[in-house]
Write a protein that binds this ligand. Structure first.
Ligand code: GLN
Length: 486
């Protein structure tokens, strides 16, 4: 069905004009998943019955000529670290392989209120730790533009299923770039809102001071609608912001004359491939053409962001993952001699190598004697990096850079080299450290026809300026209409 490749906004039009029913749309999405996903590996599990039930409710409303929410009936997938009651939440880990969620995440409750059919749970790097989706305990995800390349991670499944038109929308989580990097590698839009905008209740925690849920979509307009559907204060998340989200979708179409765009100097030089640079420079020129002014901005402490992140994120992860001990839920090792033996065997057998590496690193950074040298230092640097951003946003409205210095790399090419893998996040990590909203949008292709993503960052809480700038650029460039031949 051609309609599956269209944006959510176009699908909504088709639904309310009765050109197609929600049931037909969801059925087409199911058929595409059944046909493609053995090859792609984007889904860990599916929830087709639930999606069809939701579609039925939407069709009943349309039949009665009732108004439906903008995303009602639009096929969506959830990253498999967010809870949907009655469905598995595995985090792509053996330790949760058979875990069935007893409750809904807040984002799930909101999607249900908006009558959005959820078609399944998407593959990820185990516990969202990775940049290529190769750390899944079950299977890797392939890039829909080239099946021998990675889709990016950790939300690789959520990016690949939208890029390949298995579904129209999905949600991912972003701790250091896990929405933006896969969006960039798969040629779609991925958006990490300001920290605290979207409730983390029901998201399996990786690094609680950095984690944020956000949308994947094929257009900025769809991104804005999905963001509006999931954002807002939630008393179940103590870091949730008690602030109005505002009318985002209603404001993105305004022009950007006079917008001040800062180009991050440090991210335009070292290691940036020529093709990426060309597409990014073209996007910057397009901003200028649309009436924006361009300025180079230096963020001298940015080079420390990966080091800071791998102390803070692993410290928080080592604490968050302590709950997986074989006692309350998840996998439990058999034939154990005593309680300690059971803990050790459960965790040794249940966690994969990257998760273990991070638990060890984080435990080390937090241990007495090392805490001041590593964890405290990292927190101090985190503040200084945030100060650099505060200063930058006194001069410009948005900051731009490549989302990643390169396009998608080959499967297995970095899997044995964790340090090299960590470096892929050089451009994305700092917005998590600072809590700023940031997105990746497609702005071109390299010589092998792999997508190039532009990162746009705004100051905390300024989602409207961010999405408005991105919308204007998107409409001028028209790259967002490209789809892979799969
Ligand atoms: N790639 C980063 C990591 O491995 C970021 C992951 C994420 O954002 N969840 O930790």
């Amino acid at each position: 069905m051609e309609l599956l490749k269209k944006t959510a906004t176009q699908q909504h039009e088709a639904l309310i004009n009765k050109e197609v029913s929600a049931k037909e749309l969801v059925q087409a999405s199911i058929e595409r998943i059944e046909k493609l996903d053995n090859t792609l590996g984007a889904f860990n599990s599916t929830t087709f019955d639930f999606a069809l039930e939701t579609a039925k409710k939407v069709d009943e409303k349309i039949a009665k000529n009732e108004k439906i929410p903008p995303l009602a009936g639009i096929p969506l997938a959830l990253k498999d670290n967010m809870n949907l009651k009655g469905a598995k939440t595995t985090c792509s880990s053996k330790i949760l392989e058979n875990f069935i969620s007893p409750y809904d995440a807040t984002i799930t409750t909101k999607l249900k209120q908006n009558l959005v059919p959820i078609l399944g749970k998407t593959n990820l790097d185990e516990f969202a730790m990775g940049s290529s989706n190769e750390n899944s305990a079950f299977k890797p995800v392939k890039n829909p533009y080239n099946l021998s390349k990675v889709p990016g991670g950790s939300s690789g499944g959520s990016a690949a299923c939208v890029a390949s038109s298995e579904v129209t929308l999905s949600l991912g989580s972003d701790t250091g770039g896990s929405i933006r990097l896969p969006a960039s590698f798969c040629g779609i839009t991925g958006f990490k809102p300001t920290y605290g905008r979207v409730s983390r209740y029901g998201l399996v925690a990786f690094a609680s001071s950095l984690d944020q849920i956000g949308p994947f979509a094929r257009s900025i307009e769809d991104t804005a609608y999905l963001y509006e559907a999931i954002a807002g204060y939630d008393e179940k998340d103590s870091t949730s912001l008690k602030l109005e989200v505002g009318d985002v979708s209603g404001n993105i179409k305004k022009d950007i004359k006079g917008l001040k765009v800062g180009v991050i100097k440090e991210l335009m030089t070292e290691g940036v491939s020529d093709d990426v640079k060309t597409s990014i420079e073209n996007a910057i020129k397009t901003f200028e053409k649309l009436g924006a002014t361009i300025k180079e901005i230096s963020l001298p402490l940015l080079k420390h962001s990966i080091g800071v992140y791998y102390i803070v994120a692993t410290a928080e992860a080592s604490s968050n993952l302590a709950r997986f001990d074989g006692v309350r839920y998840g996998y439990r090792a058999q034939n154990c001699e005593n309680l300690l033996d059971m803990y050790c065997k459960t965790r040794a057998q249940g966690f994969g190598p990257e998760v273990k590496r991070r638990i060890m690193l984080g435990t080390y950074a937090l241990s007495s004697g090392y805490y001041d040298a590593y964890y405290k230092k990292a927190q101090q640097l985190r503040r200084l990096i945030a100060n650099d951003f505060i200063e930058a946003f006194k001069e410009v409205d948005i900051l731009v850079s490549p989302t990643c210095p390169t396009t998608a790399f080959d499967l297995n090419s970095k899997a044995d080299n964790p340090l090299e893998m960590y470096l892929t996040d050089i451009a994305t990590i700092s917005s998590n450290l600072v809590g700023a909203p940031a997105l990746s949008m497609p702005v071109g292709f390299d010589k092998d026809s792999m997508p190039v993503g532009l990162q746009v960052i705004a100051k905390p809480l300024d989602e409207i300026t961010l999405l408005k700038s991105a919308y204007n650029l998107e409409q001028e460039l028209q790259v967002y209409n490209s789809r892979p031949n799969i």
